[in-house]
Write a protein that binds this ligand. Structure first.
Ligand SMILES: [Zn+2]
Length: 339
């Protein structure tokens, strides 16, 4: 056990002092998909003190090609990603305090989750959540590392509140918003590359070697052999509503209006009930068993297949409606069977 981190400590910029620091730090990873599982595994192997990982989804077969913590049984059983990730991460390093949450993060959730956190890693595929993370980072003065990938393309940037421009500042200058994952697919090396950028920056922050941080926005296209690093220091705007002088944190304001969302990459609509309340899944399973569809259940969620649709209900009341991108149709199904 004692030489567990020996190779990392031999690396001079970390050393025994850096290792001690890593062991005292708390990192929040938002999302347990491709980027989230890669970052979480790296941090846990590196010996981070505490890791909080949150995800709202469950494991599907199409995830296994690139989401490195999951195995076939997780997809078979539709395990929530946070639960499956926690299990695997604990097997990898039982010394790390792992706090895994099956949760759809909104502003309130994020504000609670960042308590005592030293660093946030962005591993979400959702633009709204990413912008929320941006404003939370500014409000609570916690650094965060942006990362995204699609196809063979990836991008990453490290944001230090009070020093670097924030993602809101960058938006007007750098094309960041338009990435969608459903039409062009993704290859795993693009994921691994973004994870490498994020993890390296994370280690620098955890050992407090801020001088070593990259300070440039990197992007690459592995298939087309392109690589760029843009100096964005001058893009920081005093008028920015997220990090400027008269900031209002606009991405933390509209949260309660976005109850229904079409999920990235899938024929799926998510509906959150207006008031969060725990669902009795056994009772719901009993009611649905007379509706002519097929009901499957595990301790975390209930799945109800009917005709071309599948409705997945989580204990917190959230419902995923598969087989449609039409919000009105999804709401009809929701009210007919669930709400
Ligand atoms: Zn800004």
């Amino acid at each position: 056990m004692s030489d567990r981190y020996s190779r990392q400590q031999l690396f001079k910029p970390i050393g025994p002092d850096g290792q001690q620091k890593i062991g005292k730090k708390h990192v929040l990873v938002v999302g347990a998909g491709a980027l989230g599982t890669g970052n979480a595994e790296g941090l846990v192997r590196a010996g981070v003190g505490k890791l909080t990982i949150v995800d709202r989804d469950y494991v599907e077969w199409s995830n296994l090609q690139r989401q490195q913590l999951y195995v076939e049984a997780d997809a078979e059983e539709r395990m929530p990603k946070a639960v499956a990730a926690e299990k695997r991460l604990t097997q990898i390093n039982a010394e790390v305090n792992i706090d895994a949450r099956v949760l759809d993060v909104g502003v309130q959730e994020l504000e609670q989750l960042v308590e005592g956190v030293d660093l946030i890693i962005d591993a979400t595929d959702n633009f709204d959540i990413r912008m929320m993370v941006n404003d939370i980072s500014q409000k609570f003065e916690i650094p965060w590392i942006y990362g995204a990938c699609v196809g063979s393309y990836g991008i990453s940037y490290t944001i230090l509140p009070g020093e670097t421009p924030c993602l809101h500042c960058l938006l007007e200058t750098v094309p960041i918003g338009g990435m969608t994952c459903d039409t062009v697919g993704i290859i795993s090396p693009a994921v691994n590359m973004v994870v490498s950028y994020q993890l390296t920056e994370a280690l620098k922050i955890l050992v407090e070697d801020f001088q070593a941080l990259r300070r440039k926005l990197v992007s690459f296209d592995l298939w087309n052999n392109q690589h760029t690093a843009i100096n964005v220091d001058k893009i920081k705007k005093e008028t920015c509503l997220s990090c400027g002088t008269n900031r209002t944190y606009p991405n933390l304001a509209f949260e309660n209006q976005t109850k229904t969302a079409v999920l990235c990459g899938r024929d799926t609509v998510q509906i959150r009930p207006p008031v969060q309340q725990e669902r009795n899944l056994d009772q719901l399973a009993f009611m649905l068993s007379n509706q002519g569809g097929k009901v499957d259940q595990n301790p975390y969620l209930l799945s109800f297949s009917i005709e071309d649709h599948r409705l997945v209900v989580f204990k917190d009341g959230r419902v995923l409606i598969h087989g449609t991108k039409d919000i009105a149709e999804a709401k009809t199904l929701y009210h007919r069977y669930i709400g």
